[in-house]
Write a protein that binds this ligand. Structure first.
Ligand SMILES: Cc1cc2nc3c(=O)[nH]c(=O)nc-3n(C[C@H](O)[C@H](O)[C@H](O)COP(=O)(O)OP(=O)(O)OC[C@H]3O[C@@H](n4cnc5c(N)ncnc54)[C@H](O)[C@@H]3O)c2cc1C
Length: 376
């Protein structure tokens, strides 16, 4: 039996813990806040899973494996924290995100439907559909209820013997020595060490990761006009309108209708805090306004701020350092892949997958699923 020490109790750390426990490993997970930490990127009412990935073929293909990994999570937890609303990208120009995604769907045999403006309006009566707009609909995809998942995984890991330590800040890690030193000076040693510290990584490992770019993103919970409350619940989740207007997640299971806008992302680090102001909500709703009927009646309820590491490649990074692994560049994208990555990382620790194959698959560069990549 190996001992795996994990720094960070977000979706990545908790998913690795679950996969390690299922493989018979001993798990110690160290989290600076509570597990789940409301300031972590993983902790919000919902995150989206969908096939739409623009021209990124590797990540599009990984979504099928991600759904299979989520099914295994639901089996373990005894409940499904996901609803299948379907997901839609609305194309406004020939070569925008929907167009790129359509080419990827066709190359990879992803089932989809192409909708004209009238068909979009029938599915989404709350939307004012511009002339010439078209929709790329996938009938699968929708919200993953993120905070319930994090809480459920934390509970499952504890019940299966993991040593999950809340309010336990790691002051430094030594990747070569496979150790984490806590704030109080205690040394925690493993046979393997994983750093899954999200946007806190540059401050935890400045020698290696000070140059990462961290971003602040804020999402807006909104109350729609009463006549559209039900249609927003029944409509597909919106992945994009055009090339960056925004995305939406529905008010199902009491999660609240949420709007996000990629253009609202700013450079920033968790040390700047988690507060927000109402001008941000106005900006986000304003991005959607040209595409909403009765836009003036949308009321902001609250903002939710999160941070993540991202760079221009938009590729996840899994860096092996001997018996240690650092997970980074989680981007605004890794939640959906958390359980799948957790399983693949444990496969690597157990020798069923080489570090090189793991990192190239996680970067979306490999055509092969991880199990087929043993010793590549
Ligand atoms: C606003 C927003 C919207 C997003 N939308 C989506 C989406 O729709 N779909 C999708 O798939 N993904 C989405 N993402 C991305 C996804 O949420 C993240 O990629 C994912 O949650 C990252 O998980 P993580 O476990 O790596 O990081 P986190 O959840 O941030 O967890 C890292 C944990 O490490 C802990 N930690 C850090 N330093 C230390 C230390 N020194 N000692 C102990 N503990 C430490 C932190 O407290 C934190 O709890 C979104 C992200 C944000 C912010």
């Amino acid at each position: 039996m190996s001992r795996i020490v994990i720094v960070g109790g977000g979706i990545v750390g908790l998913s690795i813990a679950r996969a390690a426990l299922k493989a018979g490993q001993e798990v110690v997970l160290l989290e600076q806040g509570p597990v789940g930490n409301p300031n972590g990127a993983s902790y919000d009412n919902h995150r989206m899973i969908r096939y739409h990935y623009g021209a990124a073929e590797g990540y599009t293909r990984m979504v099928t494996d991600a759904f299979a990994a989520w099914a295994r999570v639901w089996d373990d937890l005894g409940e499904t924290h996901h609803d299948t609303t379907g997901a839609i990208s609305i194309g406004l120009a020939e070569d925008d995100y929907a167009g790129k995604t359509l080419a990827t769907f066709r190359n990879n045999g992803i089932p989809h439907e192409i909708l004209d403006g009238a068909e979009i309006a029938a599915l989404c009566p709350h939307l004012k559909v511009p002339g010439g707009a078209w929709g790329l609909l996938s009938r699968v995809g929708g919200p993953l209820y993120a905070n319930r998942i994090v809480d459920g995984l934390a509970r499952w890991n504890r019940e299966h013997g993991a040593d999950i330590r809340d309010n336990t800040k790691v002051a430094r890690v030594d990747l070569e020595a496979v150790t984490a030193t806590l704030d109080n000076g205690e040394l925690v040693k493993g046979d393997h060490l994983v750093v899954a510290a999200g946007a806190w990584l540059p401050s935890l490992l400045p020698d290696l990761y000070a140059n990462l770019t961290t971003y602040r993103q804020a999402l807006c919970y909104v109350e729609p006009p009463v006549q559209f409350a039900e249609s927003w619940r029944r409509a597909p989740s919106i992945v994009t309108i055009g090339d960056g207007v925004g995305y939406t997640l529905p008010d199902l299971r009491g999660a609240g209708l949420k709007f996000g806008a990629g253009s609202h992302r700013r450079l920033g680090a968790p040390s700047a805090g988690f507060q927000s102001d109402i001008a941000e909500a106005d900006y986000i709703i304003g991005q959607f306004a040209p595409y909403l009927h009765d836009a003036a009646s949308y009321r902001p309820l609250r903002m939710k701020v999160g941070y993540y590491v991202m760079d221009a490649t938009r590729k996840f990074r899994l860096d092996s350092h001997g018996r240690s692994l650092v997970v980074t560049n989680c981007d605004g994208q890794m939640f959906k892949f958390g359980p799948l990555l957790g399983e693949a990382i444990v496969d690597m620790f157990e020798g069923r997958l080489s570090p090189k194959a793991l990192s190239s698959w996680a970067a979306g560069d490999a055509a092969i699923a991880p199990k087929a990549a043993v010793n590549a």
